[in-house]
Design a protein around this ligand. Structure first.
Ligand code: ATP
Length: 288
């Protein structure tokens, strides 16, 4: 069990902001940490890793990592940290990067095989692709068999196919090693696939905390589904209007009646939902 009760005054974009987080996390859980930019996600991970000071308490099983002024050094905490930018040692080979953490060749071999990196063991990071580098940093983080694995948007620089592959590898390592994992992510499908719990921060506070379905699902009432998107254009074709809407990486067209076309403006954030077969479109936020 990880018990976190930490406070720290931060300098947010709108002035002072209090990071104030109180969470209990069951061992072996996979927690996704989400929230807008500047909400305090990275700072919370850094406090857990011991890379940043804070007031309060962190207890991991029977160890106190933080207790008022007493702070356990990062290297004594049994954590693994995976950063967005890989943070590998450029002058060391893949294998040397792993052995730097712990001289356990057996474990390094096992990790490299699990992540299909065995062939690349003697290569330097500069000769690897982004996905391969991130796998190496994941393996390196597992080398000290961490109690707590912290990952700060580890897959955000990768293309969707590579993300998908690494999501499976992350889950395999998380399960095989019995780690408790906290991963910062903004990607709903990634969060849904990987996590058993989602914590959403806003302005340094926990705003939502629950399973992925209850936190992420946007459908309400009798709607069969709904997506949020940005209205890019309204095009008149003969007597009908067509809304062009960007949803994530996709663009869709929805037929509007004259009233809807008059009411909506390019730049509005809208939701597209359907009851039975008729799509409904509603403005969520007017263009500012
Ligand atoms: N040591 C610090 N002292 C004071 N303020 C800090 C410190 N570290 C970060 N901040 C501020 O705290 C706020 C939260 O930063 P943080 O990096 O934790 O946000 P985040 O949720 O990870 O954002 P992003 O998604 O953009 O990475 C920011 O406004 C940042 O400038």
């Amino acid at each position: 069990m990880i018990e976190i009760d930490v406070h720290k005054e931060l300098l947010g974009s709108m002035g002072k902001m209090e990071l104030d987080v109180n969470l209990s996390i069951e061992s072996k859980n996979f927690v996704a940490l989400s929230g807008q930019s500047g909400s305090g996600k990275t700072t919370l991970l850094r406090i857990l890793a011991g890379l940043e000071n804070a007031q309060g308490k962190i207890r991991v099983d029977d160890e106190l990592w933080l207790d008022g002024a007493n702070c356990l050094a990062p290297q004594q905490r049994g954590i693994g940290f995976v950063f967005q930018d890989y943070a590998l040692f450029p002058n060391m080979s893949v294998l040397e990067n792993l052995l730097f953490v712990r001289k356990d060749r057996e474990l390094a071999k096992q990790l490299l095989e699990l992540t299909e990196l065995a062939e690349l063991a003697s290569r330097k990071p500069a000769t690897l692709s982004g996905g391969q580098k991130q796998r190496v940093s994941l393996c390196r983080a597992m080398m000290n068999r961490p109690k707590l694995l912290l990952m700060d948007e580890p897959l955000s620089a990768l293309d969707p196919t590579m993300r998908n592959k690494l999501q499976h590898e992350i889950l395999t390592l998380h399960k095989n090693f019995g780690t408790t994992t906290i991963m910062v992510s903004h990607d709903p499908s990634e969060i849904y696939r990987l996590s058993s719990r989602v914590v959403v921060l806003s302005q340094g506070k926990v705003m939502q905390d629950g399973d992925a379905k209850s936190v992420l699902l946007r459908t309400q009432g009798s709607q069969k589904f709904s997506f949020e998107g940005e209205l890019l254009d309204i095009v008149k074709v003969d007597v009908i209007y067509i809304a062009i809407i960007a949803i994530g990486q996709q663009i869709v067209e929805v037929v509007l009646d004259g009233g809807e076309a008059n009411d909506l403006h390019v730049g509005d954030i809208v939701s597209i939902g359907t009851k039975a077969f008729a799509p409904m479109i509603q403005r969520l936020k007017e263009k500012s």
